[in-house]
Design a protein around this ligand. Sequence first.
Ligand SMILES: [Zn+2]
Length: 417
Amino acid sequence: MKLLDRFTFGVGDRFAHQAEAQLRAFQILADQGVDVVPVWNKSNREHSFIGSEPQSVYDAAKAAVESLGWDKRWHVDADHIGLPTVDRFLPCSDFFTIDVADSIGKPAPAADVSAFVQRHPELQGEISIAGVDVPLTISAEQLAATASQYLLACREAGEIYRYIAERKGGEQELAAEVSMDETDAPQTPPELLVILALLADEKIRVQTIAPKFTGRFNKGVDYVGDLQQFEKEFNDDLAVIQHSIASYGLPENLKVSVHSGSDKFSLYPIIRRSLQETGAGLHLKTAGTTWLEELIGLSEAGGDGLALAKEIYAYALKHVDEFCAPYASVIDIDREQLPAAEEVNDWSGQQLANAVRHIPDHVEFNASVRQLLHVSFKVAAKHGDHYLDMLKAHAEVVGKNVTENIYVRHMQPLFLG
Ligand SMILES: [Zn+2]
């Protein structure tokens, strides 16, 4: 397997113009003494909305790495892929997020479930885990139920993993993540333990695991949920991962992956504390936060940049139902808070930038506008070259916002405090 460093941070560059501005944030952080490896991620869904090819992500990343002289590691993540979608990602990705969420809950053959239960007596009863106050308790019934719920998903992960490894020329050519975040029910720490045993049985050299946490991870805005509960669950997950490495021979550097949906600011101090206390690693995935910085930069540029940003908002507002539908479970837009297009047309560039920029206590910040634009990147794709020309014409102000957002609002609270 391709060994991942302790800290990796996923960035999304939807239109393949911000890789350099993104990488600059990693450089500034490295200058502060914290090495975090950039991972450029883009899902099949994003590619199909935009009409782009996976190779473009690799090309943009490589150009940025060369132009800034980045001499540390970097990766390209085929995000949320499965067997039907992985092929075009193979030549240009070395990190694969194997998404098997859709197979969770598919009933597994009873004989396979009981074979698993028999193979793993250690998963029954009281299980003491270093770092968890109260031992986990898993009854025989619970173990069978959890195994049944996740067995086919994990088996599918194994199939995809072997498919990729074979075509990449061996396991050493890839870093594998297994993701189960895009589903309805969160996975509890005892369930995570069973899942890791199932993945180990499949001989997947999994290096990052993305569970679904409790609480809402809405796109582009802060976490909504019980912070104390998140802290306990997160710490228990870290402990379960360490336990599984020792018990099942999973890779030493196996770590949790947080699919943040971008900008979970209230979780960052909690995550930082946990990492400091445990020495654990982290993969944190963001994506759409950068595309919003493009709109902020274009707004601040004024003139034709601002005009395009306003046009994009007007179109998004008109198609609010269509754009929100695929993301219904991960956005909470208050329609009453969406200003009419005519109103926004009278705004200054600064005002539009302030409405979108994620500074939650800014008086002009508007979480509904931000979420709507977050899911409306299709509109920019529709503008094609015009949008890209604007990004090029206003590269400086856009890039400044992209770098600052990642460094100041994400990396500082996560890695520096
Ligand atoms: Zn995800």
